[in-house]
Ligand binder design. Structure first.
Ligand SMILES: [Zn+2]
Length: 200
């Protein structure tokens, strides 16, 4: 059974009025979309379909979670999904594009395929920033990024120095670094002197 069959509703035989449908979303939905940022997930989709002569009104609720890469440490991160939306299905002899509100079907069709709608709704419901809760990022990964940014910092510093900008903020920064480095170098004599009893 293809993904498009799995998330479709055969409305042709339905009477006018309300009908409820449920779908379970898993990894295979996201695998059907190339270039998706979503690696995995589990969501429940509830659809309240109201059929009338002219159209179908679908109230859709999606809840569960998806797995994406954390923006901070790049490790897998679970993000909760909580979406509610309404989709209208109308019929037209001419082929029309889905405009974000109305899905147009040809009068002869028998099923409405919700695959694209469910996928897009999940993507749209994700927060702008996708990160682990504070303190739950992978510390090894964070350390690796910190080292990278330190070496990037050194490269910027070097570029500024070769441009001859020996004044302003960069000069202050360079002086500070020099002082810190010379201070750090001093305690290296430790071990050859400083024994309290050695004077006797
Ligand atoms: Zn993280």
């Amino acid at each position: 059974m293809g993904e498009t069959q799995r998330y479709s509703i055969a409305y042709k035989g339905l009477k006018n009025g309300h009908h409820e449908f449920r779908f379970a979303v898993d990894r295979s939905l996201f695998e059907a979309f190339e270039n998706t940022e979503i690696k995995d997930g589990a969501c429940e989709v509830r659809v309240d379909l109201d059929r009338s002569e002219a159209q179908l009104t679908l109230d859709v609720a999606i809840s569960g979670y998806v797995v994406v890469a954390c923006d901070r440490c790049l490790e897998d991160c679970r993000v909760p999904v909580d979406f509610e939306g309404q989709l209208l299905v109308r019929f037209s002899e001419e082929v029309r594009e889905y405009d974000g509100e109305v899905l147009w079907l040809l009068p002869g069709e028998e099923r409405v395929d919700l695959t694209q709608y469910i996928y897009e709704s999940i993507v749209l419901s994700l927060p702008y920033q996708r990160v682990h809760p504070e303190g739950e990022c992978n510390p090894e990964m964070l350390e690796r990024f910190r080292i990278v940014s330190d070496s990037e910092f050194a490269a910027i510093e070097e570029r500024a120095a070769t441009r001859g900008h020996a004044d302003g903020e960069w000069a202050k920064l360079a002086a500070l670094r020099e002082r810190m480095e010379s201070e750090a170098a001093e305690p290296s004599e430790e071990g050859t002197s400083g024994h309290p009893g050695a004077a006797e």
